[in-house]
Write a protein that binds this ligand. Sequence first.
Ligand SMILES: Cc1cc2nc3c(=O)[nH]c(=O)nc-3n(C[C@H](O)[C@H](O)[C@H](O)COP(=O)(O)OP(=O)(O)OC[C@H]3O[C@@H](n4cnc5c(N)ncnc54)[C@H](O)[C@@H]3O)c2cc1C
Length: 419
Amino acid sequence: MNTTKIQRDVVIIGAGMAGLWLHFRLKQLGLQSIIIENQHLGTGQTIASQGIIHGGTKYTLTGKITHAAQTLTDMPQTWRHALQNSDSPILPDLTSARILAPHQFLCSAASLTSKFTAFAAGKVIQSRVTALRKQEWPKFLDHQTFAGNVYQLDEPILDIPSILDAFLQQIPNGEILLVNPQNSFQITSQSHDPQAVIRLQKKDGNTIDIHTPHLIFTAGVGNEQLKTILQDESFQTQRRPLQMTIVRFTQAISKQLKPIYSHFLGSTALPRATITTHYTKHTDQLVLYIGGEIAETGIRRGRAAQIQATRKLLKQILPDYADQPAEWATYHVDRAEPLQPGMLRPDNAVFTEHGNIIAAWPTKMALAPYLANEIASHLKTKKESHPVVEHDPQNILQHWPRPKVASAPWDQEELQWTS
Ligand SMILES: Cc1cc2nc3c(=O)[nH]c(=O)nc-3n(C[C@H](O)[C@H](O)[C@H](O)COP(=O)(O)OP(=O)(O)OC[C@H]3O[C@@H](n4cnc5c(N)ncnc54)[C@H](O)[C@@H]3O)c2cc1C
């Protein structure tokens, strides 16, 4: 067996939204970074996300400005710049990606409205929330029985597969590597060594050792393997499961329906439903993707019961949509996070350092640029580590296979549809 040794400044494990933003940010700083992916880009949480670039409004509904709300306020602007401005030297060029909607809405039952309105006024989110008069309400509320108040939130909704594709197009060969999920890579170093060593298996039986002072895991649920790698029982993670519901309309009905991008509030701060609209890749059918409280409580229901519960809820909030002939499916996915007291949602993006290894979780896709900046600033404070071996000028990884973009949940063949 022949082993080739090469050096990189950073190796990132996992090409979801966190890994991709981080790779881009580190390259801007002049660092040689490489991403290793063992499935498709965004497999797990990113491809399952609703694509909302939160500005923090949802998190102020509890009546106090949380840390999450404060950090999130700048995110819509950061993403918009990346989506609009291909010339910015400090942002990735996401101009080829699709914005599904420039903002989303919040439809609030009257009981919570007064609290929300009072709170929104004069606080950090004031400029980002517009109370709408009835004649300004979004089209999806036409002919519905909805009574209450409607707000427009300065939070764009993105088409995630096209964002992932825009990132992929900017990453040259040899900087993003697809590895086998069963035998992806081996870490042959200890976390307290000055450099981590990641061993890649080649098809011909030979191996490549990548030496790096910074091995960064942005692997979502894959970060859980660090407990074993670090041999540290105190490294603890949590999964918060969801059962999302997907409603797919026929092509003919799809043309008549207006897209929905909205939180629907009941009597608590957690939206009863958060609904986003997407289109199937090959047949261009309109799909409602339903999260929020109904998806959180959905983990206690079987598939049929979840479809029934969501149908009932949709009938209450948007009867016109619920009454259309459609096919229904559910989709299980876990949010992967560092362990929090009481398994609560972490209040911000998080990264932790363990010798030459960093574990990172954006906790919201919207926070991926913020997390990338935080890690980049942290790395700048570190003492330069001397390369163990040479960076390979011939880029011996340039012919290594590249991953593809994951399929959106509604395009996945395994999904079971019920009329
Ligand atoms: C249903 C749902 C809806 C959401 N909606 C929103 C939303 O609207 N807005 C928002 O801001 N946030 C949302 N989120 C949260 C958001 O999706 C996540 O915080 C974010 O996508 C996490 O990104 P990530 O890159 O850390 O992880 P992931 O997206 O999970 O990506 C991890 C990557 O690592 C790879 N990987 C795993 N193990 C390994 C390994 N051993 N070797 C190599 N590669 C590996 C995976 O294949 C994957 O590509 C939502 C989450 C869910 C579940």
